[in-house]
Design a protein around this ligand. Structure first.
Ligand SMILES: *Cc1c(COP(=O)(O)O)cnc(C)c1O
Length: 881
């Protein structure tokens, strides 16, 4: 008989061990080695069995052992010290508090003008720790690392997502190498979560009105990630109909209807959860809202509803929401964008008879919502476009991806060259204490002479690696490789048994893989663009590399294909079939069920991290950063972050043949370049040893990698960048919209006057713009033979169609011209208003030295200008002469 449900009954903890609950309930243990060691010390065998999970540990340790530990003075002392350390971590002033003091923070604890008092961070997935499998891949891990670094820096951030009954799937293999999925249910009681309850102890529910009178309710689980609360909405409660209980059943499963319900819950429900949480905990309402990818974009619509309810009109509300919203896109291809049929959106947001808006969002007109997702295809609602229309600030996740995104979304800013599209970039980062091996962290502490790792963000800190003996660095690398080989053997055995092999056939595994052989890792999700099987392009050549007498390599491959992606599963099968053959199975393996714990072992132990995406489809990629933090050398196509930070000595660049239309030929060329590099550069360097057996040139590359990439790849650098580039400016914009407006007529005197003023300005500008015209441009001042630096004076007459001169920005644009007369890398020079001319036109002028030699051209343009816009390009309006 099978049990319907399972749960864990725990032994009572005596008073002296109560702090174990505190330590297990805060996920900070997942990046604090001493806390992990403490739980392991409770029962080392059991610790392995429970998957290194403190909550599960407390559930399984027997009462006798608990009593024993309570009497163990040294254990209790360690426990008390760690509990005190956690409290200190949660309370002491960190970077953000320091920033507040530097910028003149109020003595009463109020944050100074400029620093947001709260940031709400929305994501569909969060990869914080393997015990909370709320992620499918890079996007979720990135979100998890964002929270941990926000905690380390002291940011007042609150995160929101969904609690999935079974998370993403677990992967195993059939005998013939086909991916199998399973969805084990997660029992929230066995997870490091607490239920958000009201004063009387009742679960706080948030509610959403769906079409046809249906009502969706959700409870709120809180995971504590250091200082950061992560709110997870869960619809699996008796208050919901059977159908609606399943809304949060799994990550990225189901049809479009299922998905829009999840995204409505994450976005609209997410805002309501934040309101419930801050009210219950007495926290301020967050000022800044950050969408990590477009999935939670409906949050903007909910905030508009709140503001309409508070008395604002739609456009003013939108202005306030835009000012305080940041949107991060992670998708470099249109096919990767989340889109819904417009009719589905209309069904959920459509009006009730006789009312404005739906039951879901009373007062919010459905046509305004539909317009947010407008795109080329009139039947589709585009979530990325909604993100861009609801956020005054937007970014991609690497320099290259920023550039690709500006091209991809150029249509939303017609009239602007790609470079001027207001989408910036912040390159992703990874959380060092989570991803760097304990050996490296220990070395770091030794070099710093301190446990305080906040100076890891300074490049000088990493210079200290120069003091470290190459033998010691090599010893760390070799230890990590050896541990990886052990782990690979254990996983390989489990996988073969699971695929139906008998123990007696598996004797070979005991000597499979070799701690002395050059070890290459390739692990990531399996969408086509990542090209899992590029290494198999020429199987004979790969086999020769694996089996080389003097300089063999070994390859460890892992990754999940989306459950609906049979193409991806076929790629996995191809690798498995190759790796199953007795000739090579001791040198190449596909390991099923890639997750954070396996990933960590791979980053620690692999000498080389291979990445061969189709450029430029890897928005950033972060696995290579995690490898680099462990002294792994990247061998990668110049895509994502690697395009930005490869310096010729910190790894290898696989030359790309991007732009080549023939994909087969492109794969051939790039695979062959990969084999060449392995054969001629990578392996020779690894096996070139000095008299002590140390590959000195290799170790120098390891040192250089750590030194130059170490301070860059950190999530703390990323979160600081977000704070300075987006969160603080967004909070400032928000506060400005709330102030009274600047008009002297008293028209915008009340609170939100400035927002009303900007909303009205937008409206007027859009109406006037078709008539705005530059009627004449004259130049003067140049000598007959202009020289570099000669002064050029430009004068333009402009019909402003009723706009005032200070409401526009008139610019001279100068630069080199190409054969087609297009301006290349132009500079812009503001033109001064010098008065009115006949017919109501206005005159503007500027004098500027000629900036370059050669063929130079100029033009003049007019853009809207308002102090509350993030830039003159924000509205996407421009008129050229
Ligand atoms: C880092 C990480 C990823 C993302 O790797 P990419 O290089 O961005 O593909 C995916 N899964 C896990 C478990 C990770 O740790």
């Amino acid at each position: 008989m099978k049990a319907l449900r399972r749960f864990t009954v725990r032994a009572h903890l005596p008073e002296r061990l109560r702090a174990l609950e505190h330590l297990s309930g805060n996920l900070r243990w997942s990046w604090d080695k001493p806390t992990q060691d403490l739980f392991e010390a409770m029962d080392p065998g059991l610790w392995k069995q429970v998957g290194c999970d403190p909550v599960s540990m407390l559930g399984h340790v027997g009462p006798e052992r608990v009593d024993e530990l309570a009497r163990d003075e040294s254990f209790v002392q360690r426990l008390d010290a760690l509990a005190a350390d956690l409290d200190d971590y949660l309370q002491r002033p960190l970077w953000y508090q320091q920033l507040a003091t530097e910028t003149g923070g109020g003595a009463d604890g109020a944050l100074p003008n400029g620093l947001p008092n709260g940031i709400a961070y929305f994501s569909m997935e969060f990869g914080v720790a393997e015990v909370l499998p709320n992620y499918s891949g890079g996007l979720g891990i990135l979100a998890g690392d964002h929270l941990k670094s926000a905690s380390d820096l002291g940011l007042p951030l609150i995160a929101v997502g969904l609690h999935y009954r079974s998370g993403y799937f677990r992967q195993s293999l059939t005998a013939d190498g086909w991916q199998r999925e399973s969805y084990p249910s997660l029992d929230p009681q066995g997870l490091p979560l607490r239920l958000l309850v009201d004063a009387s102890g009742e679960a706080i529910l948030i509610e959403l009105a769906l079409p046809d009178g249906a009502q969706l309710a959700a409870r709120i689980w809180v995971a504590q990630v250091g200082r950061i609360p992560l709110l997870l909405l869960d619809s699996d409660i008796p208050e919901n109909d059977h159908d609606l209980r399943g809304v949060t059943d799994r990550l990225y499963g189901g049809d479009q209807e299922h998905r829009i319900r999840q995204e409505i819950l994450a976005g609209i429900g997410g805002v309501r959860a934040i309101r419930a949480f801050t009210a219950a905990e007495g926290l301020p309402s967050p000022e800044v809202f950050h969408m990590n990818e477009g999935h939670a974009g409906f949050l903007g619509a909910e905030r508009i509803r709140e503001l309409i309810e508070a008395g604002l009109d739609f456009d003013t509300a939108l202005t306030v929401v835009r000012a305080s919203t940041v949107f991060t896109t992670h998708t470099p291809v249109p096919a990767g964008i989340d889109r819904f049929p417009v009719e589905l959106v209309e069904r959920y947001f459509g009006p009730e008879p006789g009312a404005v808006g739906s039951r879901l969002l009373p007062g919010v007109p459905v046509d305004r919502i539909v317009a947010f997702g407008d795109e080329d295809d009139a039947t589709k609602f585009n979530m990325a476009h909604m993100g861009l229309r609801l956020a005054q600030r937007a970014n991609g996740v690497s320099l290259l991806h920023g550039q690709v995104s500006r091209g991809m979304f150029n249509d939303l800013w017609p009239g602007f060259d790609q470079e001027e599209v207001p989408i910036g970039s912040i390159t992703n980062g990874v959380h060092a204490p989570t991803w760097a091996a304990p050996q490296w962290m220990e070395l770091g502490r030794e070099l710093l002479g301190s446990d305080d790792l906040s100076s890891l963000r300074e490049p000088q800190t990493w210079e200290r690696l120069k003091q470290v003996d190459p033998g010691h660095m090599w010893w760390i690398r070799s230890q990590l490789r050896t541990a990886l080989v052990e782990d690979v053997r254990a996983r390989l055995r489990r996988s073969w048994l699971d695929r139906g092999a008998a123990d007696a056939e598996l004797g070979w595994i005991a000597t499979a893989f070799d701690p002395a052989v050059l070890t290459i890792g390739f692990a990531r999700r399996v969408p086509t663009y990542k090209r899992l099987t590029l290494m198999l392009r020429d199987p004979d050549r790969l086999e020769k590399l694996l089996l080389d007498d003097k300089r063999p390599i070994q390859l460890i491959v892992a990754g999940k294909a989306h459950p609906a992606d049979d193409g991806g599963k076929a790629l996995i099968q191809q690798v498995v079939r190759f790796a199953d053959r007795p000739e090579v199975r001791h040198r190449i393996a596909f390991l099923p069920d890639y997750d954070m714990s396996m990933a960590r072992q791979l980053y620690y132990g692999c000498d080389v991290w291979l990445n061969n995406p189709l450029r430029p489809l890897e928005a950033c990629g972060t696995s290579g950063m995690k490898s680099a933090l462990n002294g792994g050398l990247n061998l990668s196509i110049r895509d994502g972050w690697w395009d930005e930070w490869y310096d010729g000595e910190n790894g290898w660049e696989i030359p790309t043949a991007d732009g080549l239309a023939d994909e087969d030929r492109r794969d051939d060329i790039e695979a062959s370049a990969l084999y060449d590099l392995l054969e001629q550069s990578v392996a020779p360097k690894f096996y070139d040893r000095d008299e002590r057996g140390i590959p000195t040139r290799w170790v120098e590359m390891v040192r250089h990698t750590l030194q130059v990439l170490g301070p860059k790849v950190l999530a703390s650098r990323m979160v600081q960048d977000y704070t300075e580039t987006y969160y603080i400016p967004a909070a400032q914009s928000l506060r400005r919209t709330i102030e009274p407006g600047s008009s002297s007529a008293g028209e915008f005197d009340a609170p939100f006057g400035a927002a009303r003023e900007l909303a009205q300005y937008r409206h007027r500008v859009h109406r006037a713009w078709p008539q705005v015209e530059i009627t004449d441009v004259d130049s003067s001042g140049l000598p007959d033979a202009p020289l570099l630096g000669s002064q050029l004076t430009l004068t333009a007459k402009v019909n402003l169609a009723g706009l005032r001169p200070e409401e526009v920005s008139v610019q001279a644009v100068l630069g080199r011209v190409d054969a087609a007369d297009a301006l290349v890398d132009p500079v812009t020079v503001p033109m001064r208003h010098i008065g009115a001319v006949d017919g109501g036109r206005q005159m503007f002028t500027a004098t500027t030295p000629l900036p370059i030699t050669g063929s130079v051209g100029y033009t003049v343009r007019v853009l809207p200008h308002h102090r509350l816009l993030a830039g003159d390009n924000e509205l996407g309006l421009v008129t050229l002469a």
